[in-house]
Write a protein of this length. Sequence first.
Length: 336
Amino acid sequence: MTLQISIRPWDPCHQSVLFYVPVQLARFMNQRKKTEAEIIGGANDDTLLLKATKQFHKYLLGDPIKEIIPEVVDRLLEFLNRDDYPELQFEAALAIEGISKCSSDNINMLIDHGAIPILLSLLRSPEDDLREQVKTVILPLTRLIYTDDEIVCLHACMALCYLTCESKDKIQAVIDAGVFPRLVDLFLSPSQFVLHPALTAVYYIIAYVDVIQIQLGYMGERDGRRIIFRFLVREGCIKSLCDLLASPNEAGIIKFCLEGLENILKGGEAEKNQCNTDDVNVFAQMIDDAGGIQKIKDLQTDHDDRQIRVIAMRTVKKYWPEEATKSKFSMNCKIL
C-alpha cells in the first residue's frame, strides 16, 4: 500500500489546511490497521499471519480502532492453539495483552470468547518465553474474581492458582494487583468450585512467606515475613481459615486450611525466636482468639481422614503443648 497525499496550495485565509496532512495520515494508518485485521481474519499463509499479527500488536500500542478488535479476537485465540507454531502463539499472546489493556469492555469480551481456559492451558507450554508472556496476559484478567458470575470467577481463581504456584515474582504481582482481599472473601463462597482455587492461591502465597519480599504501599518496613503476615492478619485471613475448619468442606480444603495455619504459626515462631514479640507467638494467640484451637483439637479425633488428624495433632502438640497434654487421646497417637 502506497501513501498518496495531495497537498492543496497554501491559503492564508483558510488555516484548516494545517490539519489536512495529519488527517490524511490518520486515515492511511486506519486503513493499514483494517488491512492487517483482514489478513488475520482470512489468510492461511503462516508467514503472512505472523507478520500481520506482529503489526497488529504494534497498532494496539497506539490508538486502536475499537470496531476492528472484535473481528480478530477469535482468530487470535485460534492462534494460541497453534502448538506447531510457537512464534505465532507468542505474537498472538502479545496482541491479546494489548487488547486487554485497551478497556474493561475488552477484558469482558476476551472472557466471553473463552480466553482464560486457552491461556491457562498455555501455562504448561514447553516454551519458556510463551509461558512468561501468558502469565503477563492472565494477570489483568484475574481482576474478574470480583464478578458474580460463578464460571468467570472460577476461571479467574484458577488463573491465580497457576500464577501463585509458579514463583515469588508472580506472587508479588498478584499482591500488587490488589486481589488478595477478594480471595479471602471467596472463602465464604457457597460454591466449592470457587472456594477450592481461591483457598489454594492463598495457600501458595502463605507457603512462600520465607522466601519472598512483599512490599505493600501502606507499610514502610521491608522485612518480607513480617509484612506479609501482618497483611494476612489485616485481610482477615487467619479467622477465615479457622472458620473453614469447622465447616462441612471436603478433606482437601480442610487440609489446605490446616497447612496454611501451620505455615502462619511457623512465621510467628520465627518472630518470637528473634525476640520481636516478647517471647509470644502472636499468631498462635490470634488463632486462639478466632476459636481455632478448639477446631484443630476436634479434628484430631472427629475427622475421617487420617492425614488431617495427624496434621491437627502435630500442630496442637508443637504450638499449644499444654492443650495436647489435656487430650486423653494425644498419648496414644504418633505425631509425625
